[in-house]
Ligand binder design. Structure first.
Ligand code: TMP
Ligand code: ZN
Length: 409
């Protein structure tokens, strides 16, 4: 229970750690709540550190898993149509480049089966998902899913019952792991000798360049760039052999790793390292102005929303993603500022956002209600949502886009 604080870097174990951003104390972003449970809400520091040795950007405060997930998890990947399409095309890449029919694919943090559902026809699949309410949805789609946290012990049992996997994936979950050594050892147990470990994580370069400070929350322990990942895999005799920049979650990297071999490493790996070096994210000084830039966005948003409210305008928010809660809490917004938030996730509807306690409504409400301004918290789906909500905009509602710069459309 509660939280722990690391004093060494998660990847290199060094202690040359400098704070680059402090967002104050926040409740865990996926702990949507209700009137009865407001008194149980706990807050923990959201401070981001840079490692001078391997250059990993990370949180040192680790909130216990049972505090983060509250038994049930509020995030369902399939609630966002563009994400479903992303995982379809990701699966195509793996089928074309890494797999033969009949191979076993294992997904760690498989959520509602959004990736694995694309493999059920010609491949063997296994999901691992610690949130039982989410795992159940995957099973209903016919995807065998183990309920639990992934460990070396679990990996050994899986090999006994299912054999080894050609591909192991971990998407938007690798950066959530505190004990990365345990996970890599467990992945090594699962992989065939020529097996491939593929992970997608939000990319530090996009975070810094587009000021995506709201993607900082307790579940995201690491903000990966390619350099520290190479360092990490190297400690386990593994190598990164391909890297791709992916246009999801505001900018992600897909990293391919395997046991060290004589096979060629794709030139993209060196290219992206050079891009990182040139962008300065391997050096502490690049982060000097980040706190100031983030506070500028906050101050603009607060001034804008409060001035609209003073004029008697109605302001609501669109999407209740985890990152939206970092933004709402950092701005200090409450239900007087933002009347309600709409979200497509049935689980979230009827609850209150953590910390800011704004009611979550079904998107249906926007069929009849026309707010004056709608703060787009799910800004990573901006193009999709602006198009989808053209009729609402024709009725006069304007969207406030918070990231990368505050704008009204
Ligand atoms: P994500 O950015 O972490 O995928 O979360 C997006 C959240 O926004 C998720 O709770 C679903 C919600 N959402 C909507 O409410 N409407 C939409 O059109 C989309 C794409 C997402
Ligand atoms: Zn380090």
């Amino acid at each position: 229970m509660g939280h722990l604080r690391n004093d060494t870097c998660r990847v290199c174990k060094g202690s040359d750690l400098t704070r680059i951003l402090s967002l104050g104390e926040h409740p865990p972003v996926d702990n949507f709540t209700d009137a009865e449970h407001l008194k149980d809400e706990k807050r923990y520091p959201l401070d981001v550190y840079f490692c001078g040795t391997c250059n990993l950007v990370q949180l040192l405060d680790v909130v216990a898993e049972d505090e983060l997930f509250h038994g049930e998890y509020a995030y369902f990947s399939s609630a966002s149509a563009p994400l479903v399409e992303h995982f379809r095309s990701y699966a195509e890449d793996l089928k074309n480049e890494q797999l033969q029919s009949g191979d076993l694919v294992i997904d760690i943090g498989s959520n509602d089966g959004v990736l694995l559902q694309n493999f059920v026809e010609n491949y063997r699949v296994l999901g691992i998902e610690p949130s039982s309410n989410v795992a159940e949805i995957a099973r209903q789609k016919g995807i065998e899913t183990i309920d639990g946290f992934f460990t070396v012990e679990m990996a050994k049992k899986i090999v006994e019952t299912h054999g080894k996997a050609k591909v192991v994936t971990a998407n938007n979950v690798f950066a959530h792991i505190d004990d990365v050594d345990e996970i890599i050892r467990a992945v090594q147990e699962l992989l065939t000798p020529d097996g491939v470990f593929v992970s997608e994580s939000h990319y530090l370069l996009d975070l810094i360049e587009h000021r995506e400070f709201d993607t900082v929350y307790h579940e995201h322990l690491c903000y990966y760039s390619v350099k520290p990942l190479i360092h990490l895999f190297d400690r386990f005799d593994m190598e990164v052999f391909d890297v791709r920049r992916i246009d999801v979650h505001g900018g992600s990297i897909r990293v391919y790793a395997r046991r060290k071999s004589n096979a060629p490493v794709h030139s993209r790996v060196q290219d992206i390292l050079s891009i990182e070096e040139q962008a300065g994210i391997h050096s502490l000084t690049r982060f000097n102005d980040f706190q100031k830039e983030v506070e500028e966005i906050r101050d603009k948003l607060v001034t804008l929303v409060r001035s609209f409210r003073k004029e008697g305008k109605i302001v609501t928010a669109y999407g209740a993603p985890a990152k939206g809660n970092t933004l709402l809490n950092f701005c200090g917004f409450n239900s007087h500022d933002i009347k309600y938030v709409t979200d497509t996730t049935p689980y979230k509807i009827g609850l209150l956002t953590p910390g800011s306690h704004i009611p979550v409504e079904s998107p249906e409400i926007l069929k009849t209600d026309t707010p004056d301004y709608i703060l787009l918290l799910a800004w990573n789906y901006k193009d999709f949502i602006l198009k989808k909500e053209q009729e609402l905009r024709d009725r006069g509602a304007k969207f406030i886009i918070p990231i990368p710069t505050v704008e009204i459309v």
